[in-house]
Design a binder for this molecule. Structure first.
Ligand code: CAO
Length: 278
């Protein structure tokens, strides 16, 4: 005889508490506060006072002055993939020629080409903001992190220099800067500035304009990131962020954005720069 198999009787619920998930909607777990960081170690020895002088003193003056200027900020990202490829192609030759060829010469040339279209970004204003002077030369200031601190020598007449000549001048300024030997000529007369903080790291920044200049750009680190191509496929892309700051008393946001678009076009399609070679 076959014994009839019956399902086991339901277990008695009396006196048992049903599992919460069975009868109630799940409630969020109480958030656990992150572990506290250990307090910083107490300073050893005594406090140290230092007189602010030299390059840092100059920075106090310029930055305090800049802080009185209403500034507009505009950020974007640039696809540097083609430029990365181009630089790799020419790096062997330029190294043999004894020239360090970074991305900066292309970035400076692209700035100069875009300034031709938007000359107000290469202007200066007087202290009472009553007159704008459109500068004839493109003297592009480059923020340099040197053993003496932050200095901003400028590449004079970038508009009339080739990318190669800009690279040579940048090499010269960098060696002088590192040796603390830049002269007043190299440190004054800038008309527009760039700060390549991306050499150290980071994406976006908030650069401070150097009066009487009216605009500055900060470049972030070139990173390999996934982006979509025109067909919707993911592609490996060398992305660099840029952060512009401009004097909003005379520069409209739309002008800064159009300038940035043009500059970006040159960097994303470096071949376009060839059209303007003399
Ligand atoms: N992202 C990734 N790599 C970068 C880069 C970026 N944005 N910019 C430069 N690099 C690379 C260069 O290609 C170079 O690599 P290789 O050795 O393979 O050629 C390397 O980093 C070092 O570059 P570099 O510093 O010698 O040359 P540069 O022309 O790019 O920059 C300078 C020159 C003077 C702008 C830079 O050295 C510097 O001092 N930057 C700091 C600026 C700063 O402090 N700004 C803050 C101002 S506000 O306080």
């Amino acid at each position: 005889l076959k014994e009839e198999i019956k399902p086991p009787p339901p277990s008695p619920q009396v006196g048992k508490v049903a599992a919460p998930s069975a009868v109630q909607p799940s409630t969020p777990k109480p958030s656990v506060p992150p572990p506290r960081r250990a307090p910083p170690a107490a300073p050893v020895g005594e406090d140290r006072k230092e007189v602010i002088k030299g390059i840092r003193k100059a920075m106090v003056k310029t930055m305090t002055e800049a802080n009185n200027i209403p500034t507009f900020g505009y950020d974007d990202e640039v696809d540097m993939s083609r430029l990365v490829e181009l630089r790799n192609d020419i790096k062997v030759v330029t190294t043999e020629m004894g020239i360090k060829f970074s991305y900066m010469p292309f970035i400076i040339k692209a700035v100069s080409l875009a300034l031709h279209e938007y000359p107000i970004l290469n202007s200066s204003v007087d202290s009472t903001c009553e007159n704008i002077t459109y500068k004839a030369a493109h003297n592009i200031g480059i923020a340099m992190d040197t053993p003496d601190g932050l200095i901003v020598p400028n590449v004079k007449n970038a508009h009339s220099l080739s990318v190669y000549e800009i690279a040579m001048e940048l090499n010269r300024l960098q060696s002088l800067g590192n040796a603390g030997k830049l002269s007043q000529t190299e440190l004054t007369g800038g008309t527009f500035s760039l700060s390549n903080i991306g050499v150290i790291g980071g994406t976006y920044a908030r650069p401070v304009i150097l009066p009487p200049e009216v605009a500055i750009g900060a470049l972030g680190k070139i990173q390999v990131l996934p982006r979509f191509d025109e067909n919707g496929n993911i592609k490996k892309t060398h992305v660099m962020c840029v952060s512009w700051s401009a004097d909003h008393r005379i520069i409209e946001g739309a002008c800064m954005a159009r300038f940035s678009n043009l500059w970006k076009q040159y960097l994303e399609n470096p071949g376009m720069m060839l059209l303007h070679l003399r």
